[in-house]
Design a protein around this ligand. Sequence first.
Ligand code: GDP
Ligand code: MN
Length: 390
Amino acid sequence: MDLYEYQGKQYFARYGIPTSAGGVADSVEEAVVQAQAAGYPVVVKAQVKVGGRGKAGGIKLAADAEEVRRHAGAILGMDIKGHVVHRLWVEHASDIAKEYYASFTLDRPAKTYLGMLSKEGGVEIEEVAATNPGAIARIHVDPVRGLDLATARRWVDDAGLDDAARVQAADVLVALYRCYDEGDCDLAEVNPLILTADGRVHALDAKVTLDDNARFRHPEWEEFEATETEDPREQMARERGLNYVGLSGDVGIIANGAGLAMSTCDVVNQVGGSPANFLDIGGGANADVMAAALEVINADPAVRTIFVNIFGGITRVDEVAKGVIEALARVDLRSPIVLRLDGTNAEEGRALLRPHLSERLVAEPTMLEAAKRAVAMAVMPGARGTEERA
Ligand code: GDP
Ligand code: MN
């Protein structure tokens, strides 16, 4: 889960990372109130979950209430790379002497944590990496040992940060690492981390991605979840404990195993169709799971056919077949289903399904044939949605 800047700064504050005083505003008048509280001059910042807000005109300095009104009015409702601004963060403006970059993330190939620090902050780190890779000081942090102050100080020296920032920057890095580690972040990035004209180091921006797998031990993340604009299909799937990713096509997909589900998406694409989703019902799928999966897919208005692709290994196909039959009785499906069932107890499963087959429930012997059938049926007049679209 990605956080808005203001939420990232709240999260930083819990770990003692210094930020500027400020507040959120959802209207022009609220922005003026927040500006008054923060003290002029202020900076008015668009809250959208996308970078490069500055360049897009979503970040403006304001010296008085009049300027706050003008900028807040212009930024609210602005579209930044497809994200419409509904909320502002207004904070006391900093007098910037230097802009640095600092982040922690996971280095997958190295199987450990990666810290990146640069004295070339304020611009996109990808740009620094491309034009001046030597300007990024990288360290790996052993998750068991953590980051100590002495290591952080050497790292700051390696990166060549200014003398005036040395001591404070090392403190901030240790705090940022704690935020990343104890706070269960996938990414904790500060760009820019600034040195002010009066010699203070603090976080001017916050980009935090929380590790969704750690939700269970962070009840306090609920407030962040409340502002998350999740795909309603994904929300519905999550509530049912399903492994679902929404896509933009019209062939609903149910498969057992992430690998098979991905291959199913590929094969639908290969035969000229477009998957509406990825859905892995996992091993040992029963009627409840199948019903839940069909419910979620049925709720997607874009779906025109459903492709159920099961290869029984540990999962027994006869159990899956029973699940499909039971689910059909429970869920009032609006799209036809194409089944491909193979593997353990496939014959038994097919026999169970035979009496239920119709033009709304068809079976094909192979994955490729089933994909072709599902894609062909999606464009047939009988498929769901034709009336609305005509
Ligand atoms: P981003 O463009 O989405 O990464 O948004 P940032 O929060 O990083 O802001 C972009 C740029 O706006 C920064 O790199 C600064 O140059 C500038 N900026 C942001 N806050 C302040 C501030 O308090 N004072 C000044 N002078 N500039 C600021
Ligand atoms: Mn930034």
